[in-house]
Every structure is written in C-alpha cells, then in structure tokens.
Design a protein around this ligand. Structure first.
Ligand code: 5AD
Ligand code: SF4
Length: 454
C-alpha cells in the first residue's frame, strides 16, 4: 500500500504543492510512482480556474474509482482547488472517493492516508471519505517540507511559494474562493528555503504567489520607498549560488517604481517579466474589476523597457468576457501588437459559479471566443518568431536545465529572457550558464551551438 501516483492539474503553485505532498510522503516511506497502473494510491491535485480543468479532473477521478472494482485496495483522493471549490458536492458524484483535501490542508495528507490504511489493515469496514477542507491559520508556513526526502531531485530551476491566497476580486476569478485570504511567509523563512535549494544545486528560483507584488503589505513595513516584495527580491538576490530569479504573477496595479528600478540594480532578475493584462479594453478591464487602464499598463511597460533594454514580456489574456464587443476585442488585439508580447497565455472565458461575473452568464458565442483566441495566438506566433529570428548569429547566456525531450544529444536551457534554446551539449553542463550562439529560430524555441572560448 505504499506506492503513490500524484497527478497535477493547473498552475505552478499546484506543481509546487504536489512536490510538497510527494516529499512528505517519501519521508514517511511511500514511493512516488509515475503512472497510475503502478499505484496503490492515486491523488489528483486539481484546478478550478476554468470549467474544462474541473471536468478533466472529475473525469479522471471517475475512471480511477471505476478501477477500484478491479483493484479494491486502490485509494483515490482529490486535493487542491477543486476540492476546496466544490467540496462535498463532489461526493454526490463520486461517493467512493477516499480523500478530499483542501488547499490549506496539503500537509495533512500523509496522516489521512495512514489512518485509512490502518483502518483497512484492521479489516474494519472501508472508512467513509475523509473530508478536510477548513481554513487553517498558519498554513502558509507548512509549505516548506518539499525539501525533505527529496535528495534525489536536484533541480536547476526551483519554485518557492512566498504566499498563499488572494485578496483581489477579479470578477471572473475563483481563486479567492479556492485559495482563501492572502497570507505571507516571513522573508527569513523564504530565504532559508532558497539557501537550501541553492545548496542542492538550484540556480534559478521562481517566486510564486497569486499576486506577488502585494507580498507582505500588511506584515512587513516599507524601507523608505522599497516595498516588502522588493525587499524580498533583494534578500533572495543576495543568496550565493542563485543565478536567476523570476516571479509569477505580479499585478499591474502594484507594479510600482521600486520594482521597476529593482530590475536595474538586481542583475539576477534578468530580462523577463510576466505581467497579466487580461484585456486591452478599458471598459472590459473595468467590468473585470481590474483596477488599471490600458494607458497605465503602457506606462509600466515603457518604464520597464527603459530600465531593461531588450525586455521579454509575457502576459495572460481572457477573450470572450461577458460584454466584450468587436471593438473591445480590437482594442485588445491592437494593444497586444503594440506591446509586442513575446509569450502569452490566451484563455477563453469560462463562467465560474460564485464569482461576481457569474450572474452575467456567458453571452459570447463559443465560435467568437474561438476566433478571438486564434487571432491572438497567430499574432503571438508571429511576434515570438520575429524576436527569436532577430537573435540568430548572437550569443546568449543560457542556463542549462536538462537533456532536451527529443533526445538527439540535445540539451535544453533558457536565456535571461526565459527563451528556450536547444543545443548539442553534455551532461556535465546541466546547471551551468554557458554562451550559446543562436543558429535557428522557430516561434517556440531557438537552436544553437556552444560558443567555445578561444
Ligand atoms: N476564465 C478564463 N480564464 C481565466 N483565468 C482566470 N479565471 C478565468 C476564467 N474564469 C485566467 C487569467 C489568469 C490565468 C491564470 O487564468 O488570465 O491570469
Ligand atoms: Fe492554480 Fe488557480 Fe487553478 Fe488553483 S484555480 S490550481 S490557484 S490556477
């Protein structure tokens, strides 16, 4: 009963939470396996941000529960955002579920599993579903133990959660419901984790939070004009061994001068920023309850480009929000082109029951959403190909992450602008920053050759 398969849906925060659960289970003697067929326990770490994500996880859970007919000892659990969002309602559809664990309760998973297993071993009746969904004060401080038992995993690029929850009220978004009130970890605890990760070979640290630039607003005082988030960046920047620092996601509202200026003096921040725009139309931004305008976004990006020449910019866009007219979408399209985003995540609006936009329904036809989505994807492809092509012949410093998935002796690394580069390399280069001359470009990545110093 000790082989666990964890399947993760959704964002990097979820990936990070799954890593933490895996590490806690390993520390208790469980083996983490990479396929459900080999598992005694299947845990789905779920996402609620769009309906499709929920449907996928529900479908998978249904399949796993059916498997119990053939493998009666199989345990199936749902964790994370959908567990939090749909709660006991899930049990109506999936009564044979063993475990339902919310977003503030990941650290209890090992105890819950142990309880179920010992009940089964005592030959008692199958215990009813364990449901653990309440809020838990201080849960943000339980998100560290992913380091325990993970000696075998030496990652070049590591994620660190700096906070949980979200206090904004974007009209479309379920996250404040699934992840609760904003809660921050202390700077010292985060730095300690980064030091340990660096000691294990991590070279790139990605700081994770729903809205990272509101980090510590209530707990940590400003130092002069320096916000708590920038203080945190400074502290992480000072850690030896860390070569690059990224963060996701900031909100345009709190993207102030101190953060822009930090890019000028903290070289490990590189030249990449992910800044969710959501829409380029002021009236849709207002309807979304996103408290900024197109012009405010333009100003932030202009200041950033002054400090970081050659900035690589990424964004999130939602198409088909209720009331989005052709003119609104045209404003988004034109602005998307003007900003010349290098990377983008384009989403079709999905109604989330319980959000403030839910009463507006879903009036934009599927075909229109699909068409708008495609327009932006085409534009993105063009923009990113243009940017990559311009680099042909140039030498970029590449942080080597891993062998490329396609094999062929190729290795994958990323530039300071977070662009993917494949090049013929060697195992020992993993974790090193190496000069690579760009030889070919496509929209998704570039190819290159190691530049050997004479
Ligand atoms: N429908 C579509 N996309 C959404 N996002 C958040 N909520 C929704 C929704 N209801 C997108 C936003 C956010 C990203 C993580 O997911 O663009 O930045
Ligand atoms: Fe991540 Fe949001 Fe999905 Fe939760 S709902 S997994 S926070 S994207």
């Amino acid at each position: 009963m000790n082989r666990v398969y964890i399947k993760t849906y959704g964002c990097q925060m979820n990936e990070r939470d799954s890593e933490a659960v895996a590490a806690m289970l390993r520390a208790r003697g469980y083996a983490i396996v990479s396929h459900e067929d080999e598992a005694d326990v299947v845990l789905l770490n779920t996402c609620s941000v769009r309906d499709q994500a929920e449907q996928k996880a529900i479908g998978k859970a249904g399949q796993m529960i059916k498997l119990k007919r053939k493998r009666p000892h199989l345990l199936v659990g749902i964790m994370g955002c959908m567990a939090q969002n749909r709660g006991r309602e899930l049990l109506d559809r999936l009564p044979d579920l063993d475990l339902l664990v919310g977003t503030q309760k990941f650290h209890h998973v090992p105890d819950h599993l142990e309880n179920i297993v010992s009940a089964i071993q005592a030959h008692g009746p199958r215990p009813s579903t364990i449901v653990d969904l309440e809020e838990e004060a201080g849960s943000q401080n339980t998100i560290r133990p992913h380091l325990e038992g993970a000696e075998d995993e030496k990652k070049v690029s590591a994620f660190v959660s700096i906070m949980q929850g979200c206090n904004m009220q974007c009209a479309y978004c379920i996250v404040p419901t699934t992840r609760g009130e904003e809660r921050c970890r202390p700077i010292a605890a985060i730095v300690e984790e980064v030091v340990e990760l660096a000691a294990r070979g991590a070279k790139e640290i990605t700081l994770l939070g729903q809205i990272v630039n509101s980090y510590g607003r209530r707990e940590v005082p400003f130092v002069g004009k320096i916000s708590p988030f920038v203080q945190l960046l400074e502290a992480v920047h000072a850690v030896d061994g860390v070569e690059r620092i990224r963060f996701t996601s900031p909100h345009p509202r709190g993207f102030k001068e101190d953060l822009i200026e930090a890019f000028g003096r903290l070289p490990k921040l590189g030249s990449y920023v992910h800044l969710p725009l959501q829409s380029g139309s002021d009236s849709i931004l207002k309807a979304m309850n996103r408290p900024y305008t197109q012009e405010a976004f333009r100003r932030i990006v202009a200041s950033l480009r002054q400090v970081v020449p050659g900035l690589y910019l990424s964004t999130d866009i939602i198409v088909g929000f209720p009331g989005e007219t052709d003119e609104d979408f045209e404003a988004t399209r034109a602005f998307f082109e003007e900003m010349a985003f290098d990377q983008g995540f384009i989403f079709k609006y999905s109604v989330r029951p319980g959000t403030t936009a839910a009463p507006l329904g879903d009036p934009i036809a599927k075909e229109i959403k699909e068409a708008r989505n495609q327009v932006l994807l085409d534009l993105l492809e063009k923009q990113s190909l243009r940017r990559h092509t311009a680099l042909i012949g140039q030498v970029e410093m590449v942080l080597v992450e891993a062998p490329a998935r396609r094999g062929e002796g190729l290795y994958m690394g990323r530039t300071a602008g977070y662009r993917k580069v494949l090049f013929p390399g060697r195992e020992r280069l993993i974790g090193a920053l190496v000069p690579v001359k760009i030889t070919e470009a496509s929209a998704s990545h570039m190819m290159g050759q190691l530049e050997v110093s004479e």
